[in-house]
Design a protein around this ligand. Structure first.
Ligand code: SF4
Ligand code: SF4
Length: 459
């Protein structure tokens, strides 16, 4: 919400969060703008004083110190125009993105085949690749929308997408041709198990505009090789780690570590030491994923899975370990407009048969398909409706939630497929914002110190 030149009527944002930090200072965070700042105790007292005066519309006379602070608070959206309605603004942007047809987000599985046999995999690994007819139908779907499109964002998924690199290459070339002609932005990323991600392949991915590859490592070698073996039972860790080393010179690599209750802090440390020994500490981002039973049907594995609150607390411990071992902490509380593809009409997952889905967990499960790419999208399909329907702005607990801009109601599959309730639906920020802000502030401080030391050395 903007301010008019002469506006002197302000109020405090509902999404401000302050917490004590080092030496009496505070971390100030606004969940709607994502602004994070360190604040002195004196400025915090000044802020409280200004907040009181705002209530009685008493900001006409300000000294220089107060003026400077007010400008900073306005810049970070900690202070907003008195006539603005934050929840209304959030709802508007949420709906804009829900119904936005100008940004197309496609998750494409060019094959459901996979070279690995992970113990928790829910996918049915069918052999075979996408047919030329399905490739043509996907290209047509993009072409049909191209006149009004501003961006196309593709995430290559599977199975293991690198088993169908030729399909990725063909689709990329055809997407880029349309994007160049119609002048919209094209970007791409990939989720891969990393086993085929050699240096040569990484160069090819870079040339195909893939800027980020997410690779899963499930702990140190002894655990990863048990949880994520190749189909022939052999371990995959050594090759994946070597590949990451070579590939990270060409594409960004994010390492996702899927965790459950077996992941003690010792295990995480063991993995970090292994990454460090391979020179990967400065080259990759590491983050943690919560292993969850994808539906009520596989609730039998739930026993070993963290629930939302447990995972959020464990995540804090894991990120603290990253920090203590000198790894970068990439996770940050970032405002979102929708939680995932399920809440947006312009996003779809497409499998090799052209069948479309609304959730990663549904990939390849034909019962969960909402139609085929060769047909018109049926927005009234029961699964489409069930996943799209939830609106956080109609739910009192979400409307009044202090982290609504970071969560937007959370994962629809938890509501629809798993029938979870209450805070089990909430994103991790609901459970661990303060602890994570603490870690993030220390991480940023360390980065600044490192940058300053490096600048000094080059002088
Ligand atoms: S519904 Fe949940 S599991 Fe499915 S894609 Fe969205 S966030 Fe992921
Ligand atoms: S699901 Fe939970 S954390 Fe997310 S907006 Fe609703 S109440 Fe807040």
């Amino acid at each position: 919400m903007g301010f008019s030149e002469n506006c002197t009527m302000y109020k405090i944002s509902n999404y401000n969060h302050f917490q004590a930090w080092q030496n009496g200072s505070l971390i100030a965070f606004n969940a709607k703008s994502g602004a994070v700042a360190l604040m002195t105790r004196e400025n915090f007292e000044l802020y409280n004083n200004l907040a009181l005066r705002m209530k009685s519309d008493d900001l006409n006379v300000l000294n220089d110190e107060e003026k400077t602070l007010l400008d900073q608070l306005k810049y970070g959206k900690f202070v907003i125009a008195d006539d603005s309605d934050e929840i209304d603004g959030l709802e508007f942007v949420h709906n804009l993105h829900r119904y936005d047809q100008t940004s197309y987000g496609l998750t494409i599985a060019p094959t459901m085949n996979c070279n690995m046999g992970c113990e928790y995999c829910f996918e049915d690994n069918k052999k075979g690749k996408m047919s030329p007819e399905v490739i043509d139908a996907i290209v047509k779907a993009v072409d049909d929308r191209a006149d009004s499109m501003k961006s196309l964002d593709v995430n290559w998924y599977g199975g293991e997408p690198l088993l169908a690199l030729d399909t990725i290459e063909e689709l990329t070339n055809r997407f880029r041709e349309i994007a160049d002609g119609k002048k919209f932005k094209y970007s791409a990323s990939m989720i891969s198990n990393g086993y085929l991600l050699t240096e040569k392949v990484a160069k090819k991915l870079r040339d195909l505009g893939i800027y980020l590859v997410q690779v899963t490592l499930d702990g140190p070698q002894r655990i990863h090789d048990r949880r994520r073996p190749l189909k022939n039972g052999k371990g995959s860790y050594g090759k994946i780690l070597n590949n990451i080393k070579d590939a990270s010179d060409y594409v960004g690599i994010g390492i996702r570590v899927n965790v459950d209750k077996d992941f003690t802090e010792d295990i995480i440390v063991e993995m970090l030491e292994e990454l460090k020994a391979e020179g990967l500490r400065e080259k990759v981002g590491v983050y943690f994923g919560q292993l969850e039973p994808a539906s009520e049907i596989c609730a039998n594995i739930a026993e070993n899975c963290y629930n939302a609150n447990e995972f959020s607390q464990a995540e804090v411990k894991y990120y603290r370990l990253l920090l203590n071992h000198g790894f970068l902490v990439h996770k940050a509380p970032t405002p979102i407009s929708v939680y995932c593809m399920a809440q947006s009409v312009g996003a779809l997952l497409i499998d090799p048969d052209g069948d479309m889905y609304r959730c990663y967990n549904h990939a390849g499960n034909k019962e969960k398909s909402v139609g085929n790419i060769t047909d018109e999208i049926n927005y009234q399909h029961p699964i489409f409706r069930d996943f799209f329907r939830f609106d956080p702005f109609r739910e009192e607990s979400c409307r009044s939630c202090e982290v609504l801009p970071l969560c937007m109601g959370g994962c629809p599959a938890r509501r629809v497929d798993r029938k979870l309730q209450g805070e089990e639906l909430c994103d991790t920020w609901k459970h661990n914002l303060s602890s994570m802000l603490d870690i993030i502030a220390v991480a940023r401080q360390q980065e600044k110190q490192k940058a300053a030391a490096a600048a000094k050395e080059t002088k």
